[in-house]
Design a protein around this ligand. Structure first.
Ligand SMILES: [Zn+2]
Length: 167
């Protein structure tokens, strides 16, 4: 018999009422072998069930974070918007929380200086007209203004049975 609890993603065990955005939290760690780990993170920009980032803005942030974050850290597998439009999932190989949080802070600072959204064209993007650089910069500033909350914003919402390290 299938254990239904086992087939749900980690986010299904997070009490979204108890988080306080913005924050960065571990959403899971998978051991690949003795030396390598996959780290999954939940980077939350706005308060769940209270706000949503518009699709043009979160799309631009996706492009901007893809470029800016990789300037400061290796091992980024993916940075993808959440379907609920409140944040991003970030997946890394062998990049623990302490390193990623520094890279993200620098990336958001860099985003403030961009003069165009990178690779926002018909060849490299699937909806190249659906962008909003100025809106993305506003959220970058909101993230930086809320930097003191990144480590603590989800602390009370983590399910204790999750195998993710608490942050
Ligand atoms: Zn795109």
């Amino acid at each position: 018999m299938i254990n239904k609890d086992k087939i749900l993603p980690e986010s299904a065990y997070l009490d979204h009422r108890l988080v306080k955005a913005p924050y960065l939290r571990y959403a899971g760690i998978i051991d690949i072998n003795d030396n390598d780990k996959v780290y999954k993170y939940d980077l939350r920009l706005v308060q769940p069930n209270s706000e949503m980032v518009s699709t043009d803005i979160i799309h631009s942030l996706e492009h901007l974070l893809a470029v800016a974050t990789r300037r400061y850290i290796d091992g980024i597998v993916d940075i993808s918007p959440m379907g609920c439009l409140t944040g991003f999932y970030i997946v890394t190989i062998n990049q623990p929380y302490e390193k990623l949080i520094i890279a993200l802070e620098k990336a958001f600072q860099d985003i403030l200086e961009f003069t165009e959204v990178p690779f926002a064209n018909e060849i490299q993007c699937g909806s190249f007209k659906n962008h909003n650089l100025e809106g993305a910069k506003q959220y970058a500033q909101i993230m930086l203004d809320g930097r003191d909350n990144w480590e603590i914003g989800a602390k009370n919402a983590m399910n204790k049975t999750s195998n993710a390290e608490l942050h």
